[in-house]
Write a protein that binds this ligand. Structure first.
Ligand SMILES: [Ca+2]
Length: 262
């Protein structure tokens, strides 16, 4: 997941970007609208932190660009440990938090601005504690603006982890649902019943912030659990179509997006 060796390449790319800014004089910062454009400036670019500025977004910001064999991706979420807390309020999920080069949430406002135009693909990578991994990709990923509660839209699924967004169980489809945090409840539970347990709020039950729907089969923003303590908690980083039936909390996760080529 990236390395220090990329820094010289990153700095070169940034220098090139800033030189383009000087030439263009467009009033923007000159940063590319997303990571997929980095290739234009640096054909041999390496994964790392770059400045980007989506069209219509008021300022540039740092994002982690993953240069993969299957494209150049803008990372929107990464979990590798418990150092960064993900139990946060609406404003934090709106604006982003954590460390761009480490565990972080890029921010719903930025993701929404990026996916407002063009078609996008979302890739979810999951790593387990046994040396295995799996992925899920969705065409036509889009996050609405704040007036929609940052509503999630995903299209066709492919992958090895299963389509947990649409759900391991009937009726728990997170596609089309708004985002919920501990202080904003858009989860469709009023309450929901899981056996004898009545759940009013998925964020108090499963933690983090997510596009919960009654509460659904996916949540990668819950608590990070260490090896040996990672099975059986719905508050963990779970993707229930990947491992189950007992919720399995992943060792590491990554969510990233790239424009979908026509
Ligand atoms: Ca609720």
């Amino acid at each position: 997941m990236g390395g220090l060796s990329g820094w010289s390449g990153s700095m070169l790319a940034l220098l090139l970007i800033f030189s383009v800014q000087t030439v263009s004089g467009s009033g923007n910062t000159g940063a590319p609208p997303d990571c997929s454009y980095i290739q234009t400036f640096s054909p041999n670019g390496t994964s790392g932190v770059y400045n980007i500025q989506p069209e219509g977004f008021s300022c540039s910001f740092k994002a982690y660009c993953e240069m993969g064999a299957n494209g150049i991706w803008t990372v929107i979420q990464r979990r590798t440990g418990g150092a960064v807390a993900f139990d946060r309020e609406w404003a934090a999920y709106k604006n982003g938090f954590g460390f761009i080069s480490g565990d972080h949430w890029l921010g719903l406002e930025k993701i929404s601005a990026m996916t407002k135009s063009k078609r996008w693909k979302l890739r979810v990578d999951l790593w387990d504690f046994e040396g295995g991994s799996a992925y899920a990709e969705y065409e036509d990923f889009r996050v609405g603006d704040e007036s929609t509660n940052y509503r999630l839209s995903v299209g066709r699924y492919r992958g090895t982890a299963g389509d947990a967004i649409r759900g391991a169980y009937h009726g728990l489809d997170q596609n089309g649902f708004g985002f919920s945090t501990i202080d904003r409840d858009n989860d469709g539970c009023d309450p929901c019943f899981f056996g004898d347990i009545a759940v009013e709020s998925c964020t108090s039950f499963e933690h983090g912030g997510w596009w919960y729907s009654k509460c659904g089969s996916a949540n990668l923003n819950g608590h990070w659990y260490p090896e040996g303590e990672n099975i059986g908690w719905l508050s963990g980083l779970h993707w229930l179509t990947w491992k189950g039936p007992a919720p399995y909390s992943a060792k590491a996760t990554r969510m990233m997006i790239t424009p979908l080529l026509p």
